[in-house]
Design a protein around this ligand. Structure first.
Ligand code: ADP
Ligand code: TRP
Length: 331
């Protein structure tokens, strides 16, 4: 049995990219391993510092985790800020994280570009907090999408550096993990290669989207003028639609449309109609559970309380031991 940790920032509703990149793996792993899944609300403050949305977003991710099938009795499901021990480990790790390596991080450079007026220290040290989240439970496996690979590499650097500096093998090095071997990247509907909530309007299909919203987004998805002769190469937006079909449709359906594309007889309208239908059937049970859970505050509070208690127990033990390794002593 291995220890598994993963989290998602609470910056809005979850989409199919989050589901296939991360949550689907959480659900598959929860009965086989010692699992910790959390809502990264401290991390959300690096880009979304609005108090008015904070709780609503945390609550929404909690609901959607549960709706997607995370069992709070099997995995430890908690909210990052309910475990303040993580901030102490973050502070201690910051002493051995260097400005240069943090500035070179791709996600930091991207954030500087996206929010030039708010290049805060939290953004710079984002990978340190993420490493603290992971190693505070001494996890070795971290189910995430492909975009998080570099963050995991940094988490390994910080864990290994701690071990080297303090001459110990206390922290196991954590690795990004996907159940089907390859890390996943679900594309967006606007022709962009990644589905994400901070991309353009209409790029993402949310788990909570109703059939009308799904239809509207898929029908508006970017396409091209279509293949003119058999065997033509696929453009990025069309490849995206096929990759979306790969995650929600049956193999027969996918092969039918691939065949039509290769023969240059495809009608994108038909493909979109089928994709809409398959996305609606996929999200329908999720949406129903989201609505049910949304009405059950008492249950949500119970889950959060139980998760905080279990997570804190594990985190406090690590912080206690780390303090000892570093050399803190009580008089
Ligand atoms: P977003 O990009 O929408 O802000 P996050 O960065 O909060 O999403 O990602 C949360 C988790 O979901 C991470 O594990 C991330 O790798 C995964 N993820 C997000 N978008 C995708 C995607 N398009 N394909 C695969 N995984 C994704
Ligand atoms: N950086 C991750 C994201 O954008 C969220 C995250 C924070 C995380 N801490 C983590 C993921 C620890 C895995 C493990 O989605």
């Amino acid at each position: 049995m291995e220890t598994v940790v993963s989290g998602i920032r609470s910056t809005g509703n979850l989409h199919l990219g989050n589901y296939f990149g991360a949550i689907r793996n959480f659900v598959k792993m929860q009965h086989e391993h010692r699992c910790f899944f959390f809502i990264a609300d401290y991390h959300s403050l690096t880009t979304h510092p609005t108090p008015g949305d904070l709780h609503r977003n945390v609550r929404q991710v909690l609901i959607e985790y549960l709706a997607a099938g995370i069992d709070p009795n099997a995995a430890t499901l908690y909210i990052q800020s309910d475990v303040p021990e993580v901030t102490e480990l973050y502070l201690l790790l910051n002493m051995n994280a260097y400005k240069g390596e943090l500035e070179r991080c791709t996600s930091f450079k991207e954030k500087i570009r996206k929010q030039p007026d708010n290049v805060n220290a939290g953004l710079l040290t984002y990978p340190v907090l993420m490493a603290a989240d992971i190693i505070i439970h001494k996890a070795s496996k971290v189910p995430v999408g492909k975009d998080q690979e570099q963050h995991l590499e940094m988490a390994r650097t910080f864990a290994n550096r701690f071990n080297r500096l303090y001459k110990t093998d206390y922290f196991p090095p954590p690795y990004a993990f996907n159940f089907d071997m390859e890390l996943v990247k679900v594309p967006g509907l606007d022709g962009a290669t990644k589905m994400g909530k901070s991309e353009s309007e209409g790029n993402a299909i949310f788990l909570s989207d109703d059939p009308k919203a799904i239809k509207k987004k898929v029908m508006r998805a970017t396409t091209d003028s279509g293949p003119e002769r058999p065997g033509e190469e696929m453009s990025q937006p069309i490849e995206n639609l096929f990759n979306l079909m790969r995650v929600v449709s049956s193999e027969d359906t996918l092969n039918h449309f691939l065949d039509a594309f290769n023969k240059a007889t495809i009608r994108y309208g038909d493909l979109k109609k089928q994709l809409t239908e398959d996305m609606i059937s996929f999200t329908k049970p999720l949406r129903e559970r989201i609505l049910e859970l949304d009405a059950d505050n008492q249950y949500l509070a119970k889950v959060a309380r139980m998760g905080a208690e279990k997570a804190r127990e594990s985190a406090a033990k690590t912080v206690r031991e780390v303090r000892e390794i570093i050399g803190f002593k009580t008089f």
